[in-house]
Design a binder for this molecule. Structure first.
Ligand code: NAD
Length: 486
């Protein structure tokens, strides 16, 4: 099947037990190009029966197959091969995400896909460094611990970073020796299916990795409530996270980790370089058209530089280029789908009605697809919906503050706690604010700086459990204590 821009869509079926197969029901759903609203491909729609088949394959592979029993170095070797294949197929993976999710092709090609290969390498390297401890215990006994894979893992991921998210979840769980079923978001199944093909080429044994596209309330719910799934690792909205946790509790008490929504603050102090701070604030909200869990959607600026900052920010936002994400000059593509597009526009209307000042933006761009102008509101009151809800679009809420204490209070005035940014040259201020904000990641004089070795995850209603780093590897391991007499 050939999609727009000549990108070919090779895989549209479910990937179960090492093979691409149609769904049991034979049903298909459309995946849409958000630049035009046109259909890219019709994808096999996984449902309860398909999830059941995929979990059975993963269970067999875990209970009897080679993967959990291989020496870590052997698993690592196969994963290294997969990383090479990601690099070799970077254009195709990037084009699939750009087309399916409206992401900037050049960012996918040059940043996100190479980072996914590096994520695979990081955990491939960790696979043979998993070990337990020897414990002295007492005069009569001694003990040792084994770090064993948790079992069959269900991964449920969102649409905003389809490739990144796939590898962040899959790589540490495979390194740990788990087997898995992954359900990509219904909006963006293409790169996950292509990645399943790469897994097969790399030599991942059949049944170890299964990919079942489908909808949340059907396929997603079946996976999170399946009694043969030992752990669920979820990234998505706080609302869905709650359902996943309930499903886990009501089925087999499977382990759960939740990477959820955010409403992250960026605090800019009087001593900041105003021009650079304005660039950072824009990047923080406009990267990936604001469809980022850590987007700096609330920006607090100290009164001494506020007026100059606001002027620069608006100038820069007006010059921001919105358009076809395959065009290298473009800085912002379309929102992922019609639903998200309408949701963002309705928040903009809400902001106007609530009495915030619309400094720039607020309108759609072009006459087809789901493009929205960079939008900045000022004169925000903290109880406004646009200052509290996660909009997940290019909409910034801007507010002036006087003191450090006031900035900290405002930053923490949210149910979320995913990330925060601080711009200041003053080390004391940076340290005080970092320790006072209840969020899982703090960026000082930078934003969106991620590392494979740097744990990432939320506080408060942004969830619990970490992705990235060795913390993510440990999420897929469980400790067994073995005691023997001396
Ligand atoms: P969503 O919760 O609607 O969907 C996420 C995934 O969950 C999809 O695969 C969906 O099909 C599935 N799902 C939906 N209902 C389900 C159910 N009842 N049972 C099981 N699975 C179900 O979220 P979204 O709109 O796709 O993504 C946007 C959200 O994700 C935002 O809130 C964003 O902040 C969050 N997000 C968080 C992070 C993070 O690392 N914290 C990263 C990216 C996105």
């Amino acid at each position: 099947m050939s999609g727009p821009n000549g990108v070919s869509v090779k895989f549209t079926d479910l990937f179960i037990n090492g093979h691409f197969v149609p769904s049991v029901s034979g049903k298909r759903f459309e995946t849409i190009d958000p630049r035009t609203g046109e259909v890219i491909a019709r994808i096999s729609e996984g449902d309860k029966e398909d999830i059941d088949m995929a979990v059975t394959a993963a269970r067999q592979a875990f209970d009897y197959g080679p993967w959990p029993r291989l020496p870590g170095s052997e698993r690592g070797k196969i994963m290294m091969k997969w990383a090479e294949l990601i690099d070799e197929n970077a254009e195709e993976l990037a084009a699939l995400d750009a087309m399916d999710a409206g992401k900037l092709y050049h960012m996918c090609r040059n940043v996100e896909v190479p980072s996914a290969a590096n994520t695979m390498r990081y955990y491939a390297g960790a696979a043979d460094k998993i070990h337990g401890e020897v414990l002295k215990m007492s005069r009569e006994f001694h003990a040792y611990t084994l770090a064993e894979p948790v079992g069959v893992v269900g991964h449920i991921i969102p649409w905003n970073f389809p490739t990144t998210m796939f590898y962040i979840k899959v790589a540490p769980s495979l390194a740990a020796g788990c087997t898995l079923v992954l359900k990509p978001a219904e909006q963006t199944p293409l790169s996950a299916l292509f990645s399943a093909h790469l897994a097969k080429l790399a030599g991942i044994p059949d049944g170890v990795l299964n990919v079942v596209p489908g909808f949340g309330p059907t396929a997603g719910a079946a996976l999170s409530s399946h009694i043969h799934v030992d752990a669920v690792s979820f990234t998505g909205s706080t609302q869905t996270g709650r359902k996943i946790m309930q499903a886990a509790a009501l089925s087999n008490l499977k382990q759960v980790s939740l990477e959820l929504g955010g409403k992250s603050p960026l605090i800019i102090f009087d001593d900041a370089d105003v021009d650079k701070a304005a660039d950072l604030a824009l990047l923080g909200i406009l990267y990936n058209k604001g469809e980022v869990c850590v987007a700096s959607s609330r920006v607090f600026v100290q009164e001494g530089i506020y007026d100059e900052f606001e002027k620069k920010l608006v100038e820069k936002a007006k010059a921001w280029v919105v358009g076809d994400p395959f065009d290298p000059k473009v800085q912002q593509g379309p929102q992922v789908d019609k639903e998200q597009f309408e949701k963002v526009l309705s928040y903009i209307e809400h902001g106007k009605r609530e009495g915030a000042t619309l400094l720039t933006g607020g309108k759609t761009v072009g006459n087809k697809g789901y493009f929205i102008e960079p939008t900045i509101f000022s004169n925000i009151k903290e109880d406004m919906l646009i200052a509290q809800d996660e909009i997940f679009g290019p909409v910034m809420a801007l507010k002036k503050f006087k003191t450090v204490e006031e900035a900290i209070k405002s930053a923490n005035n949210t149910k979320y706690g995913l990330a925060a940014g601080i711009v200041t040259k003053n080390l004391d201020t940076a340290n005080t604010v970092s320790r006072s904000i209840r969020a899982g990641t703090i960026w000082i004089n930078c934003y969106f700086a991620f590392g494979d070795d740097v744990p990432f995850g939320g506080y408060k209603m942004s969830g619990f459990g970490k992705d990235h780093g060795l913390e993510a590897l440990h999420k897929y391991l469980q400790v067994k204590s073995v005691v023997t007499p001396l």
